[in-house]
Design a protein around this ligand. Structure first.
Ligand code: TRP
Length: 447
């Protein structure tokens, strides 16, 4: 008995690590803090947490459940499940749009992965040491205005992703996640400690947790919703693909709760590490995608042992970005491999080089190609907006609608192991509240 229990625990643990490896990434450390800053602070944080709990959690559970039942890639899983439930084959769109979205996200994700690599090198060479806010800002702007440098970072990052996925060694990364994730969390704690020493920690706490509701607009609510999807790797069929490896004995709700808590703690920790530095140096909270790159190096450059901590931090950030990027490329590769005569290596190269090319367009939009392309947005912002604010919510909506309305209700409730109250809560949230929430936010945010 004891042995069995242990075996189950360890496979659940492996799964949690794989899912957390995908979820925890640039979304938590790079994107979350700057979105909080752009959207006015605590009100955004509050809506984001609400979206995570009421929409993210049930959709995560739905994607895993669908994947576990379908046992195939997201597109085939959806058409197969639709067939057995006697529903239109068009549900396969949920899987296909996920694959396209993953490809689009990977292209700009890799550009930021490149920034992280460049900052890792800068930590080693001691560039941050003794710099003031102007010096650190100049370093960042210098990088952005240098297409060759951005191209180098983006290319090296994408090569790493292609190399790992082509060799099919993604499973081996879980062991590394097990060690590196706690170290990353520990480093955030050290940085939060540094934030406390600046004397501006209270200000940061107020900024992040004391809402000024007048700052809330339909647009920031849509941004919060989109980010809830982004950070949990939802709406791209990725969690669905992971679900297909999930054993029957694993409790989906508990596992989702564990992954979500890890993801949220890391994101909030990043915010608490960054905002004290912003306030202490009179920096602009709304400075956008550069926020962590103009704040944290200031801390590293001015604290004892900052060089080694900076190196560790940016290395770990790069690693977290890699595990997430791998989870973005993997489903695209599986899809190409299944639907074409290409080998795994060739499929990886085709998908990776395609995403790399699109990423080149994205990185040029920071310098030589900065004029807006469409809707007032450059390529980078366009890719981010299209995926986070449109594709992720719609695809996730499809996943939860299918689970709640097309699958047999009793069997879903049984699979989730729900009590009588649990059933009522699940049905209210999954059938009505979450879908209505996505639709309402989506419509008001876009008009
Ligand atoms: N969740 C990752 C992050 O926070 C990014 C990511 C990986 C992702 N896979 C995804 C986002 C799938 C959306 C869909 O950095």
């Amino acid at each position: 008995m004891a042995k069995l229990a242990h075996a189950q625990w360890s496979s659940r643990m492996t799964f949690v690590l794989a899912a957390a490896g995908s979820a925890v990434g640039l979304g938590n450390i790079w994107k979350f803090p700057y979105m909080v800053g752009e959207s006015g602070g605590a009100a955004f944080v509050f809506v984001y947490l609400l979206c995570i709990a009421l929409i993210g959690l049930p959709i995560l559970v739905s994607e895993w459940l669908l994947g576990r039942r379908g046992q195939k890639n997201p597109a085939s899983t959806m058409s197969e499940l639709a067939r057995t439930a006697n529903k239109p084959k068009a549900w396969a769109i949920v899987g296909i749009s996920g694959i396209i979205g993953a490809f689009l996200i990977l292209s700009f994700y890799s550009v930021i992965g490149g920034w992280s690599l460049y900052y890792t090198l800068n930590s080693v060479s001691g560039t941050f040491s003794g710099q003031d806010a102007d010096g650190i800002g100049a370093l960042f702007n210098g990088m952005l205005s240098n297409p060759g440098l951005l191209l180098l970072g983006h290319s090296v990052f994408m090569l790493l992703v292609i190399g790992i996925v082509a060799r099919g060694v993604t499973k081996g990364l879980e062991g590394a996640v097990r060690i590196l994730m706690p170290v990353l969390a520990l480093l955030l704690v050290v940085l939060i400690g540094y934030g406390m020493s600046t004397g501006h920690f209270g200000e940061a706490l107020t900024y992040m947790f004391n809402p000024d509701w007048s700052k809330l607009t339909a647009e920031t609510v849509l941004a919060a919703l989109g980010h809830a999807f982004f950070t949990l790797s939802l709406g791209m069929g990725i969690m669905m693909a992971y679900g297909s490896y999930l054993g029957k004995e694993i409790n989906l709700l508990q596992t989702a709760r564990t992954v979500i808590i890890m993801d949220t703690v890391i994101a909030l920790g990043a915010g608490l590490a960054i905002f004290p530095i912003v306030f202490a140096n009179n920096l602009d909270v709304a400075s956008g995608p550069g926020l962590i790159f103009v704040t944290l190096p200031l801390a590293f450059g001015n604290m004892d042992g900052g060089m080694i901590l900076g190196l560790m931090f940016f290395l770990l950030l790069t690693f977290a970005a890699l595990t997430s990027a791998i989870s973005l490329l993997e489903p695209v590769v599986e899809f190409i491999e299944e639907r074409s005569p290409l080998s795994r290596v060739m499929a990886t190269i085709v998908a990776g080089v395609g995403a790399w090319l699109l990423g080149v367009a994205a990185l040029l939009s920071f310098n030589v190609w900065s004029e807006p392309l469409m809707f007032g947005l450059g390529v980078f912002d366009l890719l981010d907006t299209l995926t986070s604010k449109i594709m992720l919510p719609l695809t996730g909506l499809g996943a939860i609608l299918f689970t709640a309305w097309c699958l047999e209700r009793d069997s879903v409730e049984a699979e989730l192991g729900l009590s009588a109250t649990g059933k009522s809560i699940w049905n209210i949230i999954a059938r009505y509240l979450a879908p209505a929430g996505v639709i309402a936010v989506f419509i008001t945010g876009l008009i």
